[in-house]
Design a protein around this ligand. Sequence first.
Ligand code: HGY
Ligand code: MN
Ligand code: MN
Length: 413
Amino acid sequence: MPTSRGFEEMWRDLAPVGRSAVSGGYFRQPWSSAEGELRAWFAAECERRGLTVETDGIGNQVAWWEPDPLVEEGAPRPSRDPGVLAGSHLDSVLDGGAYDGPLGVVSALAAIDVLRDRGFAPSRPLGIGVFVEEEGSRFGRACLGSRLVTGATTWEQARELRDRDGVFLADAVVDAGLDPSAGLLSLDRVGTFVELHVEQGRDLVDRDVAVGLASEIWPHGRWRFDFAGQANHAGTTRMEDRHDPMLTYAMTALAANKQARLAGQRATFGRVAVEPNGTNAVPSLVTAWLDARASSDGALAELVASIERQAEDRAGRDGTTLTLTAESVSGSVAFDADLAARLAGLHGWPVIPTQAGHDAGILSDAGIPTAMVFVRNPTGVSHSPDEHAETADCLAGVEALADVLAELTSAPS
Ligand code: HGY
Ligand code: MN
Ligand code: MN
């Protein structure tokens, strides 16, 4: 069996997993059969490279390439921890693209092949990791796997979350063949984390470079707006007698868009649920989820407060009520500037901010020096079946990641 497989071969293997025949997009929700297939694929790729995979009780995975030899004559050598972990996620948003997440995992595997082909031997452990439910597409909490392993969220909090069908997270994990009582991955060995990711904007295209590094992540979060009104007949209820929560929601969506545009921030209502969802009835309840992002923690708080104020005003006029719940909020992340400058110095890569959330942000918040490598996205489109990266840029990303990992796992000079 070959010990190494090319990037393109791995990419082809992954292409059909969880792919919609209708849109061509991906449905790789956590603890689904598609995600189970991806977990098995990752374990097989690691085994193929002689790396043993550890899968924790909720499906996070890690495999370590140990410095050689770690043990001589049965006597452990002094530990050369901390190690360097590279990785990303394999889950997708609903109808997502192929690259967001998997590019970082496939590139990490391919970078190990590149390092071995170069005859490189790490002086400290070099790991590849995969975190579950990064997108929060099923249980609504972004980066849930990395939040759990860093302790930012506890299992007691997470286990009670329910998906759209009312399934508890704890049951979904067990139904996927995992055992939460087996515990969570330990990050004790992780001295540095590096996540390669497709860029989700057009910064690198505009700079005409294939690879960049991240400086910071904008603060962002998800807020649930429950607009409650009164169900009533669509024909016999006079317009002036209605308490229609759809109107309150509609005005709030427009206000959020306007407020974010005026302030140079981001606000999106991308998910809505209506009860009873009948064509000939005024709805009783509209639940809508706001995704808001801003350039500072203060600006984000101000943006959400302003949207809430306008929603409350409108609710007063519509005779409806608003209940607002913060579901998943991530503060601003500044990646280790010295590390970014050191890595940027390898090839003169630009260091750019991002408005997208990542497990890298969670590990950075947990005090782990962290870097991100971005690969150019020719259109900037992401969270969409149209998300794309050219193969040549992906291969440039693999080489870049290999250079970064070599730099970080070489013996200290
Ligand atoms: O939603 C995000 O920012 C990320 O892509 N998970
Ligand atoms: Mn994403
Ligand atoms: Mn991602």
